[in-house]
Write a protein that binds this ligand. Structure first.
Ligand code: TNX
Length: 537
């Protein structure tokens, strides 16, 4: 009896200890390893942010942290150089040289004396800062986040699973101004995403200033009216207009870079080009006239692949685009290009004969390959939608697999890099719940569980082939999304789930655990004034 009493007592004590040892921290995306300690650190107005002040990249991280702590805790902390400074009462951003951290990993160590974020590169430090910011916003009161100067003692080791953690935004079907684009980039950064795919041109609007072709924004960024709902015959009689000046683009590129996000600009070709053709009809097969599209869908009028001048036009545009975007990838679209105009065009048919191209699919490949050569000569890499496979893939192209996963599998097997973005699980323009109670969407059904459960590496690939899967991204097409609140509603909280797909270790993924963390996390989004779909669990 006595023995039983002692065993029960020990079990009870152990369970108490376990509870103290494991306070909840709700970090999204889930870090790789978290160890809890009994200590805690208190940030006060004397706390100093320490880093190597000669390092411009770490300077960015320190400034970001400084601004966020000012905003959330109302503490205007001093920044100082890490050398020759006492480490007591400080937040240290330490540059390391550690094999296990890679270029984006970090360690976050919170003890009584200080907080240390260690990483090889500033990128990793920035992700450590994101985690820290979630630690100080871990408490809630009456459905609101409470910012707390006391930071739970932890030792976190964290590295991302994938190198391409992307979100896309279509600003063509509906235009969104730079203030919103910044807000969008902020929420990407908060989720440790590192790639922003900016869909800048399409049939319904050309959204980037090109100095050599002023009519692109003048004419191509304007449509007099837009179809209403899903009715192809009814129009809203409301002009829609908008484009980014090159100055604005530079501002956004810098804003993203300060948050360690690379922008992949997309200039669509040879299809989805009506806005460009409306401005410069001479680059279409018939010479026009063409109109900026006011309905959605796929259009037969595309860039003429037989005319050498078309390639000059595109290359001139890309020359300006390349100067604006420092990242290594340029997205050239390549999707949904009907071949009807080419079949009837004497220039295109002649081109096929001269180049020994068997059909119009090969003509499309010829087009893409020619553009790839140009991009490579300019130190850039071409990425395109999976249709660029048809008729033969350009030699060094990276493929974005959207029509399911086949294109991705096929490309990886051929040794090409792939970004997975299947419309079955990564289309945030699709419904996220029963359509009846949701705002009108293009169709589909991709709820939170579906996104969370997505596995970017298809089981058809062996280990070697799997290395070509750079990662995944979700796409936000905006045919039926014209308001920022609606857009945020479509993206959140699905982005939170996606961030675990691309960041967190596969073996530790757990939807139930995610849902618990999300209850707190969603309030962080609320505090930052993002709209989101309310959790229904
Ligand atoms: C297909 S995804 C498209 C877009 C549409 C989208 C709507 C892709 C490469 N092309 O042009 O906006 O579906 O979901």
């Amino acid at each position: 009896m006595k023995k039983l009493f002692f065993i029960t007592l020990i079990c009870f004590l152990l369970s108490c200890k376990k509870e103290i040892q494991k306070p909840e921290i709700n970090v999204i995306p889930q870090p790789l390893k978290i160890e809890y300690t009994q200590s805690e650190f208190k940030i006060n107005k004397k706390t100093t942010i320490l880093y190597d002040q000669s390092d411009k990249e770490f300077e960015k991280v320190a400034s970001y942290l400084h601004n966020e702590l000012l905003r959330t805790l109302n503490l205007d902390l001093r920044k100082s150089d890490i050398k020759n400074h006492s480490k007591r009462n400080s937040i240290l951003l330490v540059k390391k040289n550690s094999n296990k951290l890679g270029s984006e990993g970090y360690e976050l160590h919170v003890i009584k004396k200080n907080i240390t974020i260690s990483s090889n590169e500033a990128n990793g430090s920035f992700y450590g800062v994101q985690t820290l910011l979630q630690l100080i916003s871990n408490d809630t009161l009456n459905e609101n986040i409470v910012y707390n100067t006391i930071v739970q003692g932890v030792k976190i080791y964290d590295i991302p699973r994938f190198q391409w953690r992307g979100m896309h935004l279509d600003v063509c079907r509906h235009f969104f101004d730079i203030d919103f684009v910044k807000k969008y980039i902020d929420v990407l950064a908060m989720h440790k995403m590192n790639t922003f795919h900016w869909h800048l041109t399409d049939d319904q609007g050309w959204r980037i200033e090109i100095k050599k072709y002023p009519k692109l924004p003048e004419k191509g960024a304007f449509r007099p009216q837009t179809m209403v709902g899903k009715n192809w015959e009814e129009f809203d009689n409301t002009p829609h207009f908008g484009f980014y000046t090159q100055e604005e683009i530079k501002e956004i590129v810098q804003y993203a870079a300060d948050r360690f996000i690379t922008i992949v600009p997309e200039i669509e070709m040879p299809g989805h080009s009506l806005a460009a053709l409306a401005a410069y009809p001479e680059y279409g097969c018939t010479g026009g006239p063409y109109e900026v599209a006011k309905t959605w869908g796929v259009f037969d009028d595309v860039l003429c692949a037989g005319n050498d001048k078309t390639y000059e036009f595109i290359q001139d545009i890309l020359t300006e685009v390349i100067q604006l975007f420092p990242g290594k990838y340029i997205h050239i679209g390549g999707d949904e290009c009907p071949k009807a105009a080419w079949e009837k065009c004497s220039k295109c048919q002649k081109r096929m004969k001269v180049e020994y191209l068997k059909n119009e699919f090969e003509l499309q490949s010829y087009f893409i390959r020619r553009i790839e050569k140009f991009l490579i000569a300019n130190n850039k890499k071409l990425i395109g939608w999976d249709e660029i496979l048809e008729g033969g893939l350009a030699p060094e192209a990276t493929v974005m697999s959207w029509r399911g996963t086949e294109g991705g599998i096929h490309s990886a097997k051929m040794g090409h890099d792939v970004v997975m973005s299947p419309n079955s699980q990564c289309y945030f323009d699709h419904y996220q719940a029963e359509p009846l109670n949701e705002p009108l969407a293009i169709g589909g059904f991709t709820d939170l569980a579906e996104v969370y459960g997505y596995e970017p590496v298809p089981h058809e690939l062996n280990e070697q082939e799997s290395k070509h899967i750079l990662g995944a991204q979700a796409n936000v097409w905006t045919e039926y999304i014209s308001k920022t609140e609606h857009l945020e509603y479509m993206v959140l909280p699905r982005l939170c789930a996606l961030s675990e797909v691309v960041w967190s270790a596969k073996e530790y993924k757990n939807f139930d655990d995610f849902k618990i963390r999300l209850k707190t996390h969603i309030l962080r989004l609320k505090e930052k004034e993002y709209n989101y779909r309310k959790l229904d669990f």
